[in-house]
Design a protein around this ligand. Structure first.
Ligand code: ATP
Length: 228
């Protein structure tokens, strides 16, 4: 269980995160929704310890270690002249993982057959899936995916959906996905977190289809700014 308690972040005069309070449970996929500049990436970066926030982030009541997190923030950077497999092996070495199961990691994201391709030869969808495989290496509990379907074609989007829902979702992991793609968020998530101007304005169980979520999103984004 991840507990985010009273997290605030100010840069200069700008309030980027305002009193973020949320508890995230294992076994669930959370969708993080909000307009451009709402604070989704900033919240992820704070969870990863990449910002100088105030407040606390705990995992099972203990100060959280960045080792518990895997993340894909923006487009994944890899070595273009190394293969998919070499890139993962290098990352495992960097994380000091002994005997990493690279085959399973690649099979999980349907990239085992493409393991000998150079990163520069991979399609955008393959790169995103390799980024997810890398994020999931090691003993991570929390997986943060920032717009993982950005720029992907419908088949690429479907692959990410199936990957998250049918392969990576497990009782031992908690997955957070930010996206502007309401169809995907409606299809894959258990819970919805709405962010507006750096505040969480609504947290709901997801029981919505695409049209309902569109209407809800519009209603929440155009209504009061009171945080939850
Ligand atoms: N290092 C920084 N210094 C100052 N302001 C920042 C910094 N990083 C982000 N911001 C600002 O914080 C706000 C939130 O940005 P963030 O990238 O978290 O939004 P987002 O919800 O992820 O948006 P998008 O959907 O466009 O990716 C924006 O106004 C952005 O300009």
């Amino acid at each position: 269980m991840l507990q985010v308690n009273n997290v605030n972040l100010e840069v200069g005069n700008a309030v980027l995160l305002h009193n973020i309070n949320i508890t995230l449970e294992l076994g669930k996929i959370y969708g993080v929704l909000g307009s451009n500049g709402a604070g989704k990436t900033t919240m992820f970066k704070s969870m990863l310890g990449l910002t100088d926030f105030t407040g606390e982030i705990l995992s099972d009541n203990q100060p959280v270690s960045s080792r518990l997190f895997g993340s894909l923030i923006e487009y994944p950077a890899f070595y273009p002249k190394l293969t998919a497999e070499e890139n993962l092996r290098l990352h495992a070495k960097y994380l000091q993982i002994n005997n990493p199961d690279i085959r399973t990691a690649l099979e999980q994201v349907n990239l085992w057959e493409a393991r000998n391709k150079l990163f520069s030869q991979l399609s955008l969808g393959m790169r995103q899936r390799l980024g997810i495989a890398r994020a999931f290496l090691g003993n991570v509990t929390y997986l943060l995916l920032d717009e993982p379907t950005n720029g992907l074609d419908p088949m690429g989007i479907k692959e990410i959906r199936l990957l998250l829902k049918e392969r990576l979702k497990s009782p031992n992991h908690c997955i957070l996905v930010s996206s502007h793609n309401l169809t995907e968020i409606a299809a894959i998530t258990d819970c919805l977190i709405f962010i507006k101007n750096g505040r969480i304005v609504e947290i709901l169980e997801n029981s919505y289809n695409e049209q309902e979520l569109e209407a809800l999103y519009e209603k929440i984004m155009t209504s009061s700014e009171e945080g939850v």
